[in-house]
Unconditional design. Structure first.
Length: 555
C-alpha cells in the first residue's frame, strides 16, 4: 500500500442528525466486533499496550453502555482505540476530506465550536474565531469549562489519538472544540455551549461559545490556517514565508539578500501536473544557475501523503552538491511533520548533510503506518487500524520523534507579528563543530576537564533542548569512534564522562567497562559491568554485562 494517510484525514467517524437509536445489545455487538477484529487481524497494535489492557477497557465499557448516551459510547470507543498510541490508528471524531456518504446509520450528532485553539510556546491561545466572537481572538486561555487549561488538556488526553507529545499538542486543540467530547471528559456539564476564561490586554473575561454543526471546512491538515469567514490573531501586514502560497503543496522563493532558497513542501503528493519530480528538478536547476548559499526545506506543515514520492526529493538534494553541506542545508520540522513526511525526514537524516530546525516531529522514527478501515456493523462507526510497520532507521532506534538540532519554538507574539523563529535561527546560524566532533578533539588532546565542561555547556544550551535524548548517544559514539582507532585511553575519557553525565544509564557503564577492558584493567572492568547489571538487571544491557564478566573470569 503506497499511501500513508495525511494526519487529520486518516480515519472517519461519519456523524449526522436524524439518527436511529441503537439498543444496548447492538452497541455491545459493535464493541465485541472491534475487539475481535483487533485480535484477529491487527494484533500488531499491541505495541504500546497489552492485549489484556485492551480487553479490560472493552469489558469496562461493555458494562457501562446501558448507562451512557450514544455520543458517550462513541467517544469512549474512540478512547479505547487511542490507547494504542499509534498516530495513524484511531476512531476519529472529525469528518474526512472528500468522504462520501456510504449510507451508514448515524450514531450521534456531534457539535463543534466556532473557535480554533493553538498551543504556542507560551500557552494555549485563541488563534481564530467566527466573526461573532471577534473580541475573543488572541486571548490566552486560562480556563476551559470547569477546569484550568492545563487540567482540561490532561482530561482530554485519553481521547486524543497521538504518538508522542508533539502529536498530542497538535491534535488536542481539535478535540477541545467538540462539545460531546468535552462533556464525556467532564470538562463541561452541558452540551449547548462552552465557557472559556481568557486573558487579553491585561483583563480576564469569560466567552461563551455556542455550538455549531460539525463542519469539515473548520479542520485543516496544515495546523495554522483559518477559514475565510473567521477572524485571526495574525496582524502583520506581510505574511511570513511559511504562510504564503495558500494551500499549494509546494512553493519556492529566493531570498536575494541572504542568498537563500526557501522551499515550502507541505504535502507529499503530486499536485496535478505540478509533480514532485518536476518541482525538485526546477530547484536543482535554480541552485545551479543562481548564487545560492543556503537551502531551506520547510516541512513543518507536511502531514504526509505517498511515501514512495520521497525518493526524487532525496536524490535532488544529493545532486545539489554545493548546498548539501553542513551549515548550508536546513530542514524546518514541527508538530505537523508526520507519516510519509516522517519517512522523508528519516531519509534526509541518513543520506544528506541536513540540519533540522524548529520543533520535534509528531511521529516515532520507526512506526506503524498504513491503515485499513473497519466499519462497526450497527453504528457504522469506522476505525482506521494500522497494519504496516515502516522500518526506516535502525531497528534499535526507539526515538519517539526526530528532534531539531536547533530548537526554535513559536510564541504567540511571534505569530501575531509574523515572526518566524525557525527562519531567524537559520539565517543567523553559523556552523560550529558538533558535540561528537568536539568531544573527540578534546579527548585526543587529553583535555578531560574541558571535555566535561564543553559537554555540560552544550547540554545547557536552550537551542539544544529537544536533542537531549541524543547527547548520551553522541558521546558514546564518539568514544567508540576512538576505540575503533585503538585510542583506548582517549575513548575511556569520553565514556567515563558519559557515566558522570548520565549516572542512571546502564549503557554508559557497559561502554565504560569495555574501554577499561581494552586498557587491560580487568578488575575495574568487572566492577563497572556489575554497575551496568545493577542498572539493568533483567534487560539486554545487563545480560551483555553478565556475559562479559563470564568471559573475563574464564580467561
Amino acid at each position: 500500500m503506497k499511501n500513508i494517510c495525511i494526519f487529520i484525514i486518516c480515519t472517519i467517524l461519519h456523524i449526522q442528525s436524524g439518527q436511529t437509536q441503537l439498543t444496548t445489545e447492538q452497541w455491545r455487538e459493535d464493541l465485541q466486533f472491534l475487539k475481535t477484529r483487533v485480535h484477529n487481524k491487527y494484533d500488531n497494535l499491541f505495541y504500546n499496550v497489552t492485549a489484556q489492557e485492551f480487553d479490560n477497557a472493552i469489558a469496562t465499557l461493555d458494562m457501562q453502555i446501558p448507562n451512557l448516551q450514544p455520543y458517550e459510547i462513541a467517544v469512549e470507543m474512540s478512547k479505547i482505540v487511542a490507547m494504542f498510541s499509534i498516530g495513524h490508528t484511531n476512531l476519529w471524531l472529525f469528518p474526512a476530506h472528500g468522504h462520501q456518504d456510504n449510507g451508514s446509520v448515524p450514531t450521534s450528532h456531534f457539535n463543534t465550536l466556532p473557535v480554533k485553539f493553538y498551543k504556542f510556546s507560551d500557552g494555549l491561545f485563541i488563534q481564530s474565531v467566527d466573526k461573532k466572537y471577534e473580541n475573543a481572538v488572541g486571548g490566552k486561555v486560562l480556563k476551559i469549562g470547569n477546569m484550568e487549561t492545563s487540567h482540561a488538556l490532561e482530561a482530554i488526553r485519553p481521547y486524543v489519538a497521538y504518538e508522542n507529545e508533539q502529536g498530542f499538542i497538535s491534535n488536542a486543540p481539535f478535540y477541545l472544540t467538540i462539545l460531546e467530547v468535552l462533556n464525556t471528559a467532564k470538562i463541561i456539564d452541558q452540551l449547548d455551549y462552552l465557557p472559556v476564561v481568557i486573558s487579553k490586554n491585561g483583563k480576564e473575561q469569560t466567552i461563551r461559545f455556542e455550538k455549531t454543526p460539525l463542519s469539515m471546512d473548520r479542520f485543516s491538515t496544515t495546523g495554522l490556517t483559518i477559514s475565510n469567514d473567521w477572524v485571526d490573531a495574525y496582524s502583520s501586514s506581510e505574511k511570513p514565508l511559511w504562510m504564503r502560497s495558500g494551500m499549494e503543496y509546494r512553493s519556492m522563493e529566493y531570498l536575494k539578500d541572504t542568498k537563500t532558497l526557501y522551499i515550502r513542501h507541505s504535502a507529499t503528493l503530486n499536485d496535478g501536473d505540478k509533480t514532485i519530480v518536476k518541482f525538485f528538478k526546477e530547484m536543482v536547476d535554480f541552485i545551479d544557475t543562481h548564487d545560492v548559499e543556503k537551502l531551506i526545506l520547510d516541512v513543518r506543515m507536511n502531514g504526509g501523503g505517498n511515501n514512495y514520492l520521497n525518493k526524487p526529493i532525496i536524490t535532488s538534494i544529493i545532486q545539489a552538491q554545493k548546498i548539501n553541506q553542513k551549515g548550508k542545508f536546513y530542514c524546518i520540522i514541527g508538530r505537523r511533520t508526520f507519516s510519509a513526511c516522517q519517512n522523508l525526514v528519516n531519509e534526509l537524516e541518513k543520506y544528506t548533510e541536513v540540519t533540522f530546525v524548529g520543533e520535534p516531529t509528531s511521529e516515532n522514527v520507526n512506526f506503524y503506518g498504513d491503515t485499513k478501515q473497519e466499519v462497526l456493523p450497527n453504528s457504522k462507526l469506522t476505525a482506521s487500524l494500522s497494519w504496516m510497520w515502516w522500518q526506516n532507521l535502525d531497528p534499535r532506534d526507539k526515538r519517539k520523534w526526530t528532534a531539531p538540532h536547533i530548537a526554535a519554538d513559536m510564541s504567540f507574539e511571534d505569530y501575531v507579528n509574523g515572526n518566524d523563529p525557525s527562519l531567524i535561527a537559520i539565517l543567523s546560524h553559523q556552523q560550529t563543530v558538533s558535540l561528537k566532533e568536539k568531544m573527540i578533539e578534546l579527548a585526543e588532546q587529553k583535555k578531560t576537564d574541558k571535555a566535561l565542561e564543553f559537554a555540560k555547556s552544550y547540554i545547557r544550551n536552550p537551542q539544544n533542548r529537544y536533542y537531549e535524548d541524543r547527547f548520551e548517544v553522541d558521546i558514546n559514539d564518539a568514544g567508540y569512534a576512538l576505540m575503533n582507532k585503538d585510542k583506548f585511553q582517549e575513548a575511556y575519557i569520553l565514556l567515563n564522562i558519559n557515566t558522570q553525565l548520565y549516572p542512571e544509564s546502564a549503557n554508559a557503564y557497559d561502554s565504560k567497562a569495555e574501554s577499561l577492558l581494552k586498557l587491560g584493567k580487568k578488575e575495574e572492568a568487572i566492577k563497572t559491568y556489575q554497575i551496568a547489571i545493577y542498572k539493568d538487571p533483567n534487560g539486554p544491557i545487563g545480560d551483555n554485562a553478565k556475559r562479559q564478566i563470564e568471559k573475563i573470569k574464564g580467561n
